[in-house]
Unconditional design. Structure first.
Ligand SMILES: Nc1nc2c(ncn2[C@@H]2O[C@H](COP(=O)(O)OP(=O)(O)OP(=O)(O)O)[C@@H](O)[C@H]2O)c(=O)[nH]1
Ligand SMILES: [Mg+2]
Length: 387
């Protein structure tokens, strides 16, 4: 203390200069001084200083790269809708299409015209073989696009040319490049005719082959849900399921959680091949937990039997006031319905932005039985539409 005082005395004039005073107490400079002091005391490098560790952790987090690729018209529309809602935190959006005009009007962070030589930007004309060949024309570009990503979402509408032909090829390339592939696709409305459904089901088998997990949205179910909807509204509703799947899963992986579902957990569940369902639900008020999980589980589009599921993942988002009983209610409602030996992972995001009385749940149930993914000869198309 004395020493310090004497030093100040020696430099009295300088130390009274207000500018210098500011500099000395600037917190960044002060931190630097402290770091220097501490590293000189420990005699070690600053490799473990919290700043270095934080930047290292940031690099690791950023290396969990996620790509959401919309293929064809419906896939690109889904990406466009994601972008108009502000994009997805933690994922890059991409639209790929054979239709140049549609691609031009699509908002996406990255875009690729498929099969320029083959179709000259005019679309695949309902022919999956053209869709496939167009994608093959750009195979190297697609490889470059997906390379280095951990998780690739492939979104498309099955039944016409580009989505049906190109999406399985994009998924195949992504798997070959070592990415985990989650596909989200729609099946056509009955009013689109039987041949579209046949085309779609063939595409679905192939897409399933190259996807770790596949989420199927049967468009026709939308009509049961909302029979008075216009076609546009019905498409919007199907898009919501596509979007919820992509955004919900990405949030699960990238948002910091209090009880953490990390990427390794998510991968473990999604790596299981086969159909999965994803549900998103919100609850409000006293019974918000029951409401949220009931909504998440009761989406009529999720047309599958979940009792056979061997893996499930749930993320709960609420304000700090979430209680242990609420967590227990949600997790029990899920474990009661899935296979007793199923792997179950849950996480919780404490989100201060959530209103006090609300709670949201995102649930992924893997390896469910889907009527659309039986052997093609066992599928009755009429029954699919009727059920
Ligand atoms: N949910 C939703 N489904 C759509 C939308 N547009 C089309 N679909 C469905 O997706 C199927 C495929 O349509 P598109 O994606 O437009 O076709 P495409 O893959 O671009 O194929 P081509 O135009 O032949 O190159 C249709 O049969 C519809 O069932 C959309 O905006 N939203
Ligand atoms: Mg098209």
């Amino acid at each position: 203390m004395d020493e310090h005082y004497i030093m100040n005395l020696d430099e009295e004039e300088d130390s009274l200069n207000p500018d210098d005073k500011n500099q000395t107490f600037d917190s960044e400079d002060a931190d630097k001084e402290l770091e220097k002091l501490l590293s000189s005391q420990s005699g070690s490098s600053d490799r473990f200083s919290s700043r270095s560790v934080d930047s290292f952790i940031q690099q690791v987090l950023q290396s969990n790269r996620i790509l959401a690729v919309g293929v064809g018209g419906a896939g690109s529309n889904a990406i466009n809708n994601i972008m108009t809602r502000g994009g997805i935190i933690g994922a890059t959006t991409v639209a790929v299409n054979t239709d140049a005009r549609h691609l031009l009007s699509t908002q996406a962070e990255r875009k690729m015209l498929l099969g320029r030589e083959l179709t000259n930007g005019t679309g695949a004309g309902n022919d999956p073989n053209i869709g496939r060949a167009a994608s093959e024309e750009n195979e190297e570009d697609l490889r470059e696009l997906v390379r280095g990503n951990d998780l690739v979402f492939v979104a498309c509408g099955l039944g016409k040319g580009t989505g049906t032909g190109a999406a399985p090829h994009v998924a195949k390339i992504a798997q070959e490049e070592g990415c985990l592939v989650v596909s989200v696709c729609t099946l056509p409305f009955a009013s689109e005719g039987q041949s579209k459904m046949e085309t779609a089901l063939e595409g679905l088998q192939e897409l399933n082959e190259y996807s770790n997990t596949i989420i199927v949205v049967p468009n026709e179910k939308l009509l049961m849900y909302a029979p008075d909807f216009t076609l546009w509204d019905a498409f919007k509703l199907a898009d919501d399921v596509l979007i919820n799947a992509v955004v919900g899963l990405t949030e699960l992986i990238v948002l910091p959680a209090r009880v953490n579902v990390d990427f390794a957990d998510t991968k473990k569940i999604l790596r299981r091949s086969g159909p999965a369902v994803i549900g998103v639900g919100k609850g409000k008020g006293e019974n918000r937990a029951i409401q949220a999980i009931t909504n998440a589980l009761s989406n009529p589009l999720l047309d599958v039997d979940i009792n056979s599921s061997t893996g499930s993942l749930v993320n709960i988002k609420a304000n700090k006031n979430i209680s242990m009983t609420e967590v227990d209610t949600i997790t029990t409602m899920i474990t009661d319905q899935i296979h007793p030996k199923a792997e179950f992972v849950w996480g919780c995001n404490i989100d201060d932005m959530m209103p006090d009385d609300e709670l949201a749940v995102t649930i992924v149930i893997a390896e469910v039985k889907s009527p659309h993914l039986s052997k093609p000869e066992e599928i009755s198309i009429e029954a699919l539409w009727r059920d």
